[in-house]
Design a protein around this ligand. Structure first.
Ligand code: B3K
Ligand code: ZN
Length: 892
């Protein structure tokens, strides 16, 4: 089923244009779960420059070839060769029609790549290389063709037949089957091919584009889910309107279909005109979905829609260019969400996510540039680096250009690259040409792995009024890349009066007048100096406003962090400095726990949180973000040797201290917010719920029966899943009898809703309780657990391995054993999902010796399996490879 050979390495430097182009594709599917017959007619043409006699090599995996015809005639055996992954045609003519008939087995396809069956319905997933599991084809994104697709299936089994593009005809046959033909007028790469067939219900709406094209919208779900699509439809229409007003991009087909499926390897897929979605990014009602789920739906619905221009109309030349579509489209969905809700809050949440997922990746054995230069399996490169860091690079450039020039640059990109498969160079060139700025220097960001670190030093001369700022950059070594060039790093900063915190006016050399506005410096050398003149009073440099580049700014003192957290006018920097201040305290305390030194409580943080609680009414969502301490996984990133137990103890004791010291204001705030609980799905209501959950969490951490009773009450009476789940998460992390009662109650109420049951598994996977590995192992035997469903697997095992550090790193090593066994069990059926789980072992080298040995043994055992998939093998081999530097960590 899977590809178990160590796949060959593919290199960007070895890219060659296709030797043959496919201009038209006519596909006919006779759909049946056991065996589906696919007839493909390809209009093929030899590309200019391809020597006569060069063979045509088509990709194909797991296909049974039943017929092969060239221009209507059966091909003689000596004219072609069939290998396990290819079909080679010897000496084809310059232009011809190739017809293949193949058989595939969708019901037996457990990889969820290619054509598969879920809940009796048919779905496809072709990105990145799934189309070769459907028919023989040059499966590479720079071969773009026009598709016409006819689906035939039993009418009772599959009353609904969907494919890309517009519906053109349908009809009935005498044998109980029916058929439908779809035509997609836009040339596309085969990874955007899709079909959906089965017994589904449409929830319909319409959208009129600004040029007056009426688009029929439909969200296709299984019977019983029709009442959970309102929010997704609302987001889709909002995204369509936003892309018109913000980027001038209109939708380009008569229909836009979304189909939701519960067995899906990732979030969703942007197939042209027929997006296929994981149900978790479509289905929501306030009783079943949390506010985080709602935000996820807004993100993913808009993201896939925005791909229609950034990804589909303009696609990638090769898979190294993945961030061309993914980074840019994440940037677009982040901007959309910022415009729908609060820009400041969006920025905080995006940076939190980047630091939680991408920074660790960039510092570990799987670090790679936003544009990698080699891979074995491209599936392993749908990463936080390609997506989130890629979005930061676009944001950095967009901020540098400003809104007008960025829009002019994007207009140029859409005009000059439409209907083409292009590179990141093409993108920067078009963007720069439209904006009138040379963006070539930014290409280096795309080629450089590792998070740049910037340090600053300052001098102030009160005699001359000159303030001097020295900045230095350093990029840590990453696998295969010991030395890095200096990157162009835009830095937003302002000066504040060191006494009062008020903004100070100053003049940089070259500026005509003093100003206190935010400056944008470009640090593009290893070290650089700036002189500010007319600085009347000692300033503090407020550097890193808005997170103007994906870097770390190191070496700010605790005093500086607290000062900026209180005084800077930029809410992002205030949030950021408080987070970093809390990190400093927590890391110092964890060190004290580890070494047995005396532990000193820090009154400063409690005072800062108390001050924030006073301002809670003005912006509850911001306050909720600001008072939430950095996660243990993020703190671990800053420790040379990770001590998960010391970190957990430090963080929990700080939370308890805050809960006790601020019990009265927290309780008053909580009761106020609780009185205003409503099921509304809007930014204000979400902000109140987030803050109520944060306050309750501190109260429970503070201890006592009263707080537990409050959590139980919220669990029983909250009108939304956000409230219920917030309370259940707190109860599940205790060993009190209320825990079991609440979990049992939740299970009884929601056992028939798979997405809610996922939450029940996830909460238990994340609970940092003694014996966590055994608890999770027991849950793998629960009748509702199945490793075959990626959502369920990620809910239990993914949350355990990625969000429960004390549980996963249990000293017994049983957490590692459980993860390794799960990977070994899942890998043969679904290599993509198994390989992704394996990345949880990524920090093994930075663990203390005993755990390091256990983790290394688990990895070595997996690596020693001869039948390991190429996907998992690539990830595990990289994790076991020698580390790029002796130290590699810059702190402590
Ligand atoms: N483009 C898809 C991801 C496909 C992953 C394939 N292994 C979803 C997205 O980024 O929009
Ligand atoms: Zn995407």
């Amino acid at each position: 089923m899977s590809d178990t050979s160590a796949a060959p390495v593919i290199r960007l430097s070895e890219y060659r244009p296709p030797e043959f182009l496919v201009e038209t594709v006519t596909l006919a599917f006779a759909l049946a779960p056991e065996t589906t017959t696919v007839t493909a007619r390809l209009g093929v043409r030899r590309a200019a420059g391809t020597p006569a006699g060069a063979p045509l090599v088509l990709d194909g995996e797991g296909l049974a070839l039943r017929a092969l015809r060239l221009d209507g005639a059966d091909l003689a055996p000596e004219r072609y060769a069939l290998h396990s992954h290819h079909l080679t045609l010897r000496d084809p003519p310059d232009q011809f029609t190739l017809e293949t008939t193949t058989e595939i087995h969708p019901a037996a396809n457990t990889t969820l790549s290619g054509l598969y069956v879920s809940g009796g319905n048919f779905y496809t997933q072709c990105e990145a290389e799934g189309f070769r599991r459907i028919t023989f084809f040059p499966d590479r994104p720079d071969v773009m063709a026009r598709y016409r697709v006819t689906l035939t299936a039993d009418r009772a089994m599959a009353p609904v037949l969907l494919a890309n593009g517009n519906p053109v005809a349908h009809g009935e046959n005498d044998d109980g089957t029916h058929w439908a033909t779809w035509d997609d007028p836009h040339p596309k790469p085969c990874y955007l091919f899709a079909l959906v067939a089965g017994d589904l219900i449409a929830v319909r709406d319409r959208f009129v584009t600004r040029s007056g094209r009426e688009v029929q919208l439909a969200i296709w779900v299984r019977r019983g889910d029709e009442d959970k699509t309102d929010y997704a439809m609302h987001c889709l229409k909002a995204a369509m309107a936003w892309d018109e007003s913000r980027f001038g991009r209109e939708y380009d087909l008569d229909v836009f279909n979304i189909a939701a499926v519960s067995d899906f390897n990732m979030g969703a897929m942007e197939n042209k005109g027929l997006n296929i979605f994981n149900t978790r990014y479509v289905l929501a009602r306030p009783e079943t979905a949390t506010d985080a789920d709602y935000r996820g739906i807004e993100t993913v619905i808009s993201h896939e829609y925005f791909h229609n221009w950034t990804g589909n109309r303009i696609t990638c030349r090769d898979w190294f260019q993945l961030s061309l579509k993914e980074g840019l489209t994440v940037f677009r969905d982040q901007e959309f969400s910022a415009d729908q809700g609060s820009r400041g809050l969006q920025r905080i949440q995006d940076v939190r996510r980047l630091r939680a997922a991408q920074f660790p990746e960039d510092a570990g054995p799987l670090a790679h540039p936003v544009r990698p230069d080699s891979y074995h399996k491209i599936d392993n490169f749908y990463t936080a680096t390609v997506y989130q860091k890629g979005a930061e690079l676009v944001r950095m450039i967009a901020s540098l250009l400003g809104p007008q020039r960025f829009r002019a640059g994007m207009d140029r990109y859409f005009a000059s690259c439409d209907n083409r498969a292009v590179t990141i160079e093409d993108f920067l060139e078009a963007l720069g040409a439209g904006a009138g700025v040379d963006l070539t220097p930014f290409l280096a960001w795309y080629a450089t792995a590792g998070t740049p670190e910037v340090t600053l030093a300052e001098d102030y001369d009160s005699e001359t009024g000159i303030f001097t700022l020295h900045l230095r950059q350093h990029i840590p070594p990453t696998p295969g890349a010991p030395n890095k060039p200096a990157l162009p790093i835009p830095l937003a900063l302002g000066l504040l009066d060191a006494e009062t915190g008020a903004p100070i006016a100053a003049k940089l050399a070259g500026e005509t007048a003093s100003s206190s506005a935010t400056r944008h410096l470009l640090l593009d050398q290893p070290a650089q100096t700036w002189h500010f003149e007319d600085v009347g009073r000692r300033p503090v440099a407020a550097i890193g406003r808005g997170f103007s580049a994906p870097i770390k700014i190191l070496g700010l003192s605790r005093e500086r962090l607290r000062f900026l957290a209180t005084h800077d006018p930029d809410p992002f920097l205030r949030w950021d400095c408080l987070q970093r201040y809390a990190s400093e305290i927590l890391l110092a305390d964890a060190d004290a726990v580890r070494t047995g030194a005396a532990r000193a409580a820090d009154a400063g943080l409690i005072a800062a949180i108390a001050a924030l609680l006073d301002q809670a009414a003005a912006d509850p969502a911001f306050v909720a973000e600001a008072i939430t301490l950095p996660a243990e996984t993020q703190l671990a990133e800053e420790m040379a040797e990770i001590d998960v137990d010391a970190l957990h103890m430090a963080r929990e004791s700080l939370r308890a201290a805050i809960g006790r010291a601020l019990a009265a204001p927290l309780r008053a705030l909580y009761e106020n917010l609780r009185a205003a609980f409503s099921p509304a799905i809007d930014g204000a209501a979400m902000g109140r719920r987030a803050l109520a959950n944060a306050a309750l969490s501190y109260l429970v951490a503070g201890g006592g029966d009263e707080a537990i009773a409050m959590a139980v009450l919220q669990f029983q009476t909250a009108p939304t899943m956000t409230g219920r789940l917030g309370a259940l998460t707190l109860l599940a992390a205790t060993e009190r009898p209320e825990r079991e009662a609440a979990l049992a109650d939740f299970y009884a109420r929601w056992r028939h809703d798979p997405l809610v049951l996922d939450k029940w598994f996830a909460i238990q996977g994340m609970a940092p309780l003694p014996g966590a590995p055994a608890r999770v192992r027991a849950l793998t035997r629960h009748p509702d657990f199945t490793a075959a469903n990626p959502n369920r697997l990620r809910a239990l095992i993914g949350s355990f391995a990625q969000a429960n550090p004390v549980g996963f790193h249990d000293a017994s090593g049983d957490g590692y054993a459980l993860l390794a066994e799960t990977i070994a069990a899942v890998d043969p059926a679904n290599p993509q999902v198994a390989a992704r789980l394996a990345s949880a072992f990524g920090m093994w080298r930075r663990m203390p010796p005993a755990r390091r040995t256990l983790m290394a043994a688990a990895l070595a055992e997996l690596a020693g399996r001869p039948d390991l998939s190429a996907n998992s093998r690539e990830v595990i081999t990289k994790m076991l490879a020698p580390s790029p530097s002796a130290g590699g960590v810059t702190r402590h």
